[in-house]
Design a protein around this ligand. Structure first.
Ligand SMILES: CC(C)(COP(=O)(O)OP(=O)(O)OC[C@H]1O[C@@H](n2cnc3c(N)ncnc32)[C@H](O)[C@@H]1OP(=O)(O)O)[C@@H](O)C(=O)NCCC(=O)NCCS
Length: 442
């Protein structure tokens, strides 16, 4: 029974994400290690789930371990300049062979459809092709990098038309030039460029570490869950040497992608089964998320927020903590509400009802999602409502509460009687609820 209740509650909690993700483009980038380790099957199950929820998927794969192995087989030495491989003709041959092999393996796994498996009825169609145009990196520190290239252009229109057909696009770290040459690219360069060109909602890098960990000398790593572009740049400037090799590789591309208009970049572990799902469908996520600006925002509510507000307040109404408001009433009074968003989900709300004749205002329907309590959101909303009431000419703010008396007392409210309420409010007072009345001079 408990299991059923948990399942239903969990399934419902996922609904806002499903709604938010439908029709959005996600670019998922992973190294050749994911394929080499045999971990790709698990990832394919999760990608299949995302695709069936209406997410438009672009996959970008790497092939570094496969290329290294092939070069060793061929007894070829590679030289690096500033971390970039010099790709001569013999190396390019190994690059082409390795990438081709990895791509075929990925396509095969994406084609699975065995009954009684997570892939039953999946029928994922994969689109790969000459979507990426490249140019040579050229000469660096006096060395010609030859077939090592960088992305010049991503054919977003072509990829989009395949995504619109319900296909999953697969990009390899190879690019072609208008002169017909092939260039060896890095997966992070391709992924960031594709995410920018497609104006993707999310770019997800699967890496060896759990996310971005700050490692002050002698202390164990602390996972940084959310960073803005400015914070990421400061981290790279301040602590680059202490960051993991993967983070040093991916974080600059994450910053570049955000600056190019990608809404969120996620750096998560490739070693955790279901990491992509945990990152996308849970409040806390599992790795690190980078965004252009802060994730929190306070704003006036609009009709489109009614659903989100209802989801937040209905459990509190059911417990009798808040007065019941149905959808119609909420729609009519929506301009009285302010909402606090975290990563585009409404996590807190409050409403202000002015009584201008008495120069008083009511703070009502203050609610913070249980997962976001004790983080100052309640305080932020109260301060905002107070300031707004003041600018509207109110001299006092009152609130009716059954369960948060102390919270208001600690914020300067004093208990008072129903008789002190504005006349119009006194007429509406519900004597059965027996809410306490608190008032504050503002
Ligand atoms: C009351 C509420 C809005 C507080 O939101 P919040 O964002 O968690 O509040 P803040 O982070 O600003 O403040 C947290 C502090 O308040 C305390 N607090 C939280 N709820 C409390 C309550 N009901 N009574 C007394 N103190 C409370 C916490 O213990 C914490 O104090 P601490 O840091 O000293 O431990 C939130 O708990 C809520 O939504 N409650 C249900 C709805 C409700 O009762 N609304 C008020 C009637 S309109």
């Amino acid at each position: 029974m408990k299991l059923n209740t948990d399942f239903v509650a969990w399934f419902r909690s996922v609904a806002p994400y499903v709604n938010a993700f439908r029709g959005k483009t996600f670019v998922v980038a992973f190294g050749g290690e994911v394929v080499a380790d045999g971990k790709f099957v698990e990832l394919v199950h999760d990608l299949n789930l995302l695709a069936s929820l209406g997410v438009r998927l672009v996959l970008v794969h790497g092939a570094r371990p496969q290329i290294e192995a092939r070069l060793q087989e061929q007894k070829l030495q590679t030289t690096y300049v500033k971390g970039m491989r010099v790709t001569d003709a013999a190396t390019l041959q190994c690059v082409k062979e390795s990438i081709g092999r990895v791509r075929v393996e990925i396509e095969a796994l994406l084609s699975m459809g065995l009954p009684n498996s997570p892939m039953a009825n999946a029928a994922i169609r994969v689109a790969s092709g000459n979507f990426v145009t490249a140019r040579p990196v050229g000469i660096v520190e006096g060395v010609d990098l030859m077939h090592t290239g960088e992305v010049r252009k991503v054919d977003a229109a072509a990829i989009r038309s395949r995504l619109e057909q319900g296909e999953v696009a697969l990009l390899s770290p190879l690019g072609y030039s208008p002169t017909g040459e092939i260039f060896n690219l890095t997966l992070e360069n391709v992924a960031a460029a594709a995410a920018i060109a497609l104006n993707a909602e999310k770019l997800i890098f699967l890496m060896d570490t759990a996310g971005i960990e700050e490692k002050p000398t002698g202390k164990s790593g602390k996972l940084l869950r959310e960073l803005t572009v400015a914070e990421s740049k400061a981290l790279l400037a301040r602590l680059a040497a202490k960051l993991s090799a993967d983070v040093r590789l991916y974080l600059p591309c994450a910053v570049q992608a955000c600056e190019g208009g990608v809404a969120r970049v996620h750096l998560i572990s490739r070693h955790v089964d279901g990491a992509v799902l945990q990152e996308l469908f849970t409040h806390d996520g599992i790795g690190s998320m980078i965004s252009q600006g802060p994730l929190q925002s306070l704003r006036n509510a609009g009709v489109e927020d009614v659903g989100g507000i209802l989801q937040l307040i209905e459990p509190l109404e059911a417990k009798g903590v808040l007065v019941r408001r149905n959808r119609e009433l909420l729609e009519m009074e929506i301009n009285r509400f302010v909402v606090l968003e975290h990563d585009r989900m409404i996590v807190a709300c409050a409403a202000l009802y002015p009584f201008p004749d008495e120069k008083a205002s009511e703070l009502a329907c203050l609610a913070v999602h249980p997962d976001y309590r004790n983080a100052g959101y309640g305080d932020t909303l109260l301060k905002h409502i107070e300031a707004r009431a003041k600018t509207q000419g109110s001299k006092k703010l009152f609130v009716l509460t059954t369960g948060a008396a102390h919270w208001f007392v600690e914020r300067g409210f004093e208990e008072t009687g129903v008789g002190k309420l504005p006349k119009a409010k006194q007429g509406l007072y519900n004597y059965q609820r027996r809410s306490k009345v608190f008032m504050k001079k503002i």
